[in-house]
Design a binder for this molecule. Structure first.
Ligand code: AMP
Ligand code: FE
Ligand code: FE
Ligand code: ZN
Length: 274
């Protein structure tokens, strides 16, 4: 049996391990195929590719593009696209820039109540190319304000909190169109994860499919058994490829490599969609 995990993160975004270390962990977890999908950046591709190749892993180049559907956050995975495509570069560069300003705005709000500064967040982000709330969470942990990233999210950084600030992200239909133009095969990540009532509506899929969406991530730890069933039905109706993955973030989340997998059939269909 092939073990295929198509969604992992490195310290290029909000994972805690270098791209090469993620690949070593993937080999240790017995994976045969692994995709690196950092948020809004492909800066880890070369390092990951080199390490995966030397370990005998099949490596898939990926990204997780921050997008929106009428104000609701949507994460769009894309595989095999040309990272140097000008529209792709412009789209993710704009989001990365917006993320920095948004993180500074969150820290300004936090600073009124907690001893946390922008310098703390920069220190925690280290060499990350894409800044996110997990780096702010790490600063809160370092200051002893919360126990871990999960506590920081549930207590302080969640949407709806007084400290939450959103950031610019492209509409999901535009993101699908842009990634398709660059040769990408796109999959909507964990569409039913997050707050109750925040499930991505069916009409978002209808429009994304029209723009060339290829698949949907069904098996993910943030989906219940019941949600997975409904997503499989949705995938059938829309002719979407159903994937599964860990969404591994190193020590930043409990997700373990290979805890959810993509079938060989689904992976073959993704390759054929190129
Ligand atoms: P952002 O991209 O800045 O909006 O932050 C969202 C990221 O935070 C997601 O990609 C997750 O990796 C991470 N995240 C969300 N919820 C949690 C949690 N409860 N514990 C740890 N990390 C989380
Ligand atoms: Fe993340
Ligand atoms: Fe995500
Ligand atoms: Zn992810």
């Amino acid at each position: 049996m092939m073990r295929i995990d198509l969604h992992t993160h490195s310290a290029v975004s909000d994972g805690t391990e270098s791209p090469a270390e993620v690949m070593r962990q993937a080999a240790r977890a017995g994976l045969d195929v692994v995709a690196l999908c950092d948020h809004d950046s492909t800066a880890g591709w070369e390092e990951a590719r080199a390490e995966a190749t030397s370990l005998g892993l099949t490596w898939v180049p990926g990204i997780e593009v921050s997008a929106r559907f009428h104000g609701t956050s949507v994460h769009l995975l894309s595989y095999w696209h040309d990272p140097a495509h000008p529209e792709v570069e412009a789209m993710v560069a704009r989001t990365r820039d917006a993320r920095v300003h948004r993180a500074q705005a969150i820290v300004d709000l936090l600073g009124q109540d907690f001893p946390v500064t922008w310098a703390d967040v920069v220190e925690q982000a280290g060499g990350a190319v894409t800044v996110g709330r997990p780096h702010i969470a790490d600063a809160l942990v370092a200051q002893g304000i919360v126990e871990d990233r999960s506590a920081a999210f549930t207590e302080i950084l969640r949407p709806g909190s007084a400290y939450y600030v959103p950031h610019y992200a492209p509409e999901v239909v535009d993101a699908v169109t842009t990634m398709r133009a660059a040769g990408g095969v796109t999959v909507i990540a964990h569409p039913y994860a997050g707050r109750a009532g925040a499930e991505l509506p069916d009409r978002a899929f209808t429009r994304a499919v029209r723009a060339g969406l290829a698949g949907v991530e069904v098996d993910h730890r943030d989906h219940t058994h019941e949600q997975r069933g409904r997503l499989r039905g949705l995938a059938d109706r829309h002719g979407l490829i159903a994937t599964g993955s860990s969404d591994y973030h190193g020590a930043g989340k409990p997700n373990e490599l290979g805890e959810n997998l993509t079938s060989v059939e689904a992976f073959t269909s993704l390759q054929e969609a190129r």
